[in-house]
Design a protein around this ligand. Structure first.
Ligand SMILES: *[C@@H]1O[C@H](CO)[C@@H](O)[C@H](O)[C@H]1NC(C)=O
Ligand SMILES: *[C@@H]1O[C@H](CO)[C@@H](O)[C@H](O)[C@H]1NC(C)=O
Ligand SMILES: *[C@@H]1O[C@H](CO)[C@@H](O)[C@H](O)[C@H]1NC(C)=O
Ligand SMILES: *[C@@H]1O[C@H](CO)[C@@H](O)[C@H](O)[C@H]1NC(C)=O
Ligand SMILES: *[C@@H]1O[C@H](CO)[C@@H](O)[C@H](O)[C@H]1NC(C)=O
Ligand SMILES: *[C@@H]1O[C@H](CO)[C@@H](O)[C@H](O)[C@H]1NC(C)=O
Length: 448
């Protein structure tokens, strides 16, 4: 075992893109070989502590829309690592998210409810002694009570500013401090540390992940109203949960998001790791994951065209950056799907042309193409043509019932193209860091 660890360590020292968690427990390796599954709880589900039973469906939808719009429209450079990079300005807006994930931290394990976010990397939680924390329902994590908690030293290679995580050395020069800023002005600062993180798998025994890099947040703010105990970063950067698990899950994770209306019942979405995350079989299509140089945080795909009925709209013809490689981010934390303004307007017109009912206004002016639900509109066939993968969207992927009377196209114009969660619901969406692909397969996620 010792020499095995040694080779992993020297590999870790060489690797700049992925950090590797050292696995020592045999039962862990067993659990990881067969993969594992955890529940993703929508923030508006009765299982979520943020569920407000007095809210109506329309109120929840309106709030989700506002959160999604904040996520895509708040622009602010967030990292000193890429101060002059164009990407910082464009892509720093994604943080927060709609799904919660329960995990345990420390020894003995303490339950934590974090926001699962494919748009950021760090796993952080609110810790004692907090200098400035927001209120949360559960007590703050006390690192002093965990026998496996260890702060990372300033000289460690793990204390490196990377992918939107800024690091510095504490005043006493003894420990590594981190700072992350999200586009909606949320932030977290504190000690960078390692501890055991345990995932309560619904498919096997609990899975302990030793020496996972976490942020112990001492000065935190979450502005988007999602007040979990912190964030679980599932992005592509080196400190995300997925990258830290990289070797043990074969670089694979997938999710199946239940449509919003079922989230309001108690149906949980699923997040799968390792062999459980393989997406294959009838109906599976795959497209290359475009790995931009840095930051590695976002998952970029190439969208070539959208078709509506028999009409195919090419992205390349609409703008210079249009059909180019890696022109869209796939994100589970954005509710809507966003296209560049010019392309969005062509797309919306094409959809409207196919629907022979009277458009009505969304009184909240959040969405543009809406119809009266009682008209029972015939939604045209809409397909997203990713490079090598035609993803057919069901009516529920394209139109969202935003009130009892209104259904609206769940797409909008935005400065950054994003393939959001409504478009991805009732599909198994698999990310494979080894094959460098994202795969889609139609699925009834309520039946998983
Ligand atoms: C947080 O909780 C404390 C004590 O319960 C309360 O006094 C304070 O007003 C709360 N702060 C916010 C922002 O809700
Ligand atoms: C862990 O998951 C199992 C199976 O889903 C569940 O019965 C159990 O209550 C969970 N434990 C905790 C502490 O959440
Ligand atoms: C917490 O962070 C904010 C934002 O950077 C900063 O203004 C504030 O001074 C910090 N508070 C403490 C106690 O360090
Ligand atoms: C959802 O689950 C909660 C607790 O787990 C329970 O109190 C509630 O009745 C359930 N709601 C529905 C609609 O099943
Ligand atoms: C939708 O149609 C129904 C039935 O025709 C009508 O009663 C209702 O006022 C309409 N709603 C809107 C928002 O137009
Ligand atoms: C949608 O496509 C299917 C074949 O994939 C076809 O049978 C159906 O008629 C199409 N529906 C519309 C409204 O064009």
């Amino acid at each position: 075992m010792a020499s095995h660890h040694h080779s992993l360590l020297s590999f870790a020292a060489l690797a700049t893109t992925f950090s590797i968690v050292l696995l020592c427990s045999c039962s862990l390796i067993e659990a990881l070989n067969e993969g594992f599954i955890v529940d993703l709880i929508h923030r508006d589900s009765p299982k979520s502590p943020f569920y407000n039973p007095s809210e109506t469906h329309s109120q929840r939808v309106a709030k989700a829309l506002r959160r999604s719009i904040n996520r895509v429209n708040s622009f602010k450079p967030t990292s000193s690592v890429y101060p002059n990079s164009l990407q910082t300005d464009i892509f720093s807006d994604i943080g927060g998210g709609e799904y919660l994930m329960k995990y345990f931290v420390g020894t003995p394990p303490v339950p934590i409810l974090g926001v699962a976010d494919t748009g950021s990397d760090l796993i952080w939680l609110q810790c004692k002694p907090c200098t400035e924390c927001y209120n949360q329902t559960a007590p703050f994590f006390d690192p002093e009570k965990s026998t496996t908690y260890k702060r990372i030293s300033c000289t460690s290679s793990q204390c490196e500013s990377l992918d939107y995580i800024d690091t510095s050395c504490s005043k006493d020069r003894k420990s590594c401090q981190y700072s992350v800023n999200y586009g909606d002005k949320s932030f977290s600062k504190g000690d960078l540390a390692v501890d055991t993180l345990t995932l309560n798998s619904t498919s096997s025994r609990p899975v302990p992940l030793l020496k996972t890099i976490i942020g112990c947040g001492l000065n935190n703010s979450l502005t988007s109203g999602v007040t979990g105990s912190g964030i679980v970063g599932l992005g592509g950067g080196s400190k995300s949960l997925v990258s830290q698990l990289h070797s043990s899950i074969g670089g694979k994770f997938s999710y199946c998001l239940v449509p919003f209306i079922y989230s309001e019942d108690n149906t949980s979405s699923k997040l799968n790791f390792g062999s459980h995350a393989v997406v294959s079989g009838f109906g599976t299509v795959s497209t290359p994951l475009v790995l931009h140089k840095r930051p590695h945080t976002y998952y970029y795909l190439t969208l070539e065209a959208m078709s509506v009925g028999n009409k195919r709209l090419e992205l390349s013809s609409s703008s210079a950056s249009g059909g180019s490689k890696g022109n869209i981010i796939i994100d589970s934390g954005s509710t809507l799907t966003y296209f560049p303004a010019e392309f969005y307007s062509k797309f919306e017109s094409a959809v409207a042309e196919e629907i022979n009912f009277k458009r009505i206004d969304d009184p909240s002016h959040l969405l543009s193409l809406c119809y009266n639900s009682s008209d029972d509109i015939d939604v045209p066939n809409i397909t997203a043509h990713f490079s090598g993968a035609d993803v057919k969207l069901n009516p529920t992927n394209a139109f969202w019932p935003i009130t009892d009377e209104l259904v609206c196209l769940a797409f909008q114009a935005g400065q950054q193209s994003i393939f959001g969660s409504v478009a991805q619901s009732n599909m198994l969406v698999g990310y494979d860091h080894v094959e460098k692909t994202v795969s889609f397969k139609p699925m009834d996620c309520t039946k998983l």
